[in-house]
Design a protein around this ligand. Sequence first.
Ligand code: SF4
Length: 379
Amino acid sequence: MSVRPYRDIQRRASRQIHVGRVPVGGDAPITVQTMTNTPTADVAATVAQIRRAEAAGADIVRVSCPDEASSAALRHIVPQVSVPIVADIHFHYRRAIEAAENGAACLRINPGNIGSAERVREVVKAAKDHGCSMRIGVNAGSLEKHLLEKYGEPCPEAMVESALDHARILEDNDFFEFKISVKASDVFLAVAAYQGLADACDYPLHLGITEAGAQRVGTVKSSIGMGMLLWSGIGDTIRVSLSAPPEEEVKVGFDILKSLNLRHRGVNVISCPSCARQQFDVIETVKVLEDRLAHITTPMTVSVIGCVVNGPGEARETDIGITGGGNGTHMVYIAGQPHHRLKQADVVDHMVELIEQKAAELEAEKTASKNGAATAAAE
Ligand code: SF4
């Protein structure tokens, strides 16, 4: 029995596939994806962008392969990055085969769109030969004509039917290593389509609210749509689509998962909005702190609260906290307990130092317990 059942999320039971070395579905952590927007044939620019996404925590990165130069570039891109690469293919089956041959870990392709059954067989064979999984990506904006005629407009039922039609083609080719997405820019449509699909199959689901917009509005839409689904246990991997750099998508993706306790990475800063009672500049402090703590990957919670109204209460739940106090003297909390006082001048430097120290301690504990488990297993 959980201590706080109101926080429990029961994940939908899905089968597990692999995107390269990264498991997706089953009991695997929910992964965060993004997509590059450089010309894929520009290897240096694409690798640099993938590395920025990796630094932000991306588990998987997708690149478009609209032409042969792009699928050929994968041969040079894949060895230079650590994350598995998904090749995004529309219609042209040759690109899919080339991508599989050149190191893609997964093909995003809709088998119903690539023409003959023979072509599907060739793509499936290339995927099997090279250990690629696939993603079927249904999009409300590009539903098949016969489904639009049948249903009159893009609707959840049409999207689920499209997804299952594509899935059946792969199943008929004895291929089951795939995940599915049913994206729409409309939050209601996307959520209903994913709910329908979650009931209709046990394939892992890749969540996304597509064409969500610029950073602020896209973040809001994605948080509502994906938040609703993730909260109800649906979703095995996510991509936040923003008209913003890929690393920003990754950060928002992690923040959504962190908000739901589904994944933990880096410092989670709890801060108050500040008001006339604040005893130091909360907004500026949080801004500078977030920048200076961006390199920390150790999961940790830090509270930055302007005054004693909410400071001690919030600090109780955190690893490290600071609460503004009178006369420019603030209270620092460690593991929820008041620890020492701090003068105004060095709030940021002092907090960064404490947090970095704590991160190093937690990492050392983790390594020690891993080594301990390995020694115990060897005995
Ligand atoms: S914690 Fe204090 S400073 Fe922050 S918003 Fe509340 S009353 Fe204002």
